[in-house]
Design a protein around this ligand. Structure first.
Ligand SMILES: [Zn+2]
Length: 100
């Protein structure tokens, strides 16, 4: 499976909170799939690396939240991420790596 570079952007978190933002972004063509923004080290907002749909994850301690390596240049998260029916995989070392 191909990997998608995770790209740090600004303003994504604001868009995640707005209904319809995902569709709006697709129409504008940006930010690209795989974009992300970390908010206060507690929330990881990202655009699905396949379809660009926006999502937000809570960062913290497993098993109730995702562990983030603290890097915005080469972020890693665990456990795996998924967008139901669309994409499933890992964010490791700054790349979204899809699993079959
Ligand atoms: Zn998707």
């Amino acid at each position: 499976m191909s990997s998608v570079r995770a790209a740090r952007v600004r303003g994504l978190a604001d868009l995640v909170a707005r209904p319809g933002a995902s569709l709006e972004l697709l129409q504008e063509g940006a930010p690209a799939a795989g974009s992300f923004e970390v908010v206060d080290g507690r929330s990881f907002c990202f655009a699905c690396p396949r379809c660009g749909a926006l999502a937000a994850l809570t960062l913290g301690a497993a098993p109730c939240a995702w562990f983030w390596n603290g890097s915005e240049a080469a972020p890693s998260l665990s456990p795996a991420l998924f967008h139901a029916g669309c994409w499933h995989g890992w964010l490791r070392g700054g790349y979204f790596e899809g699993t079959p």
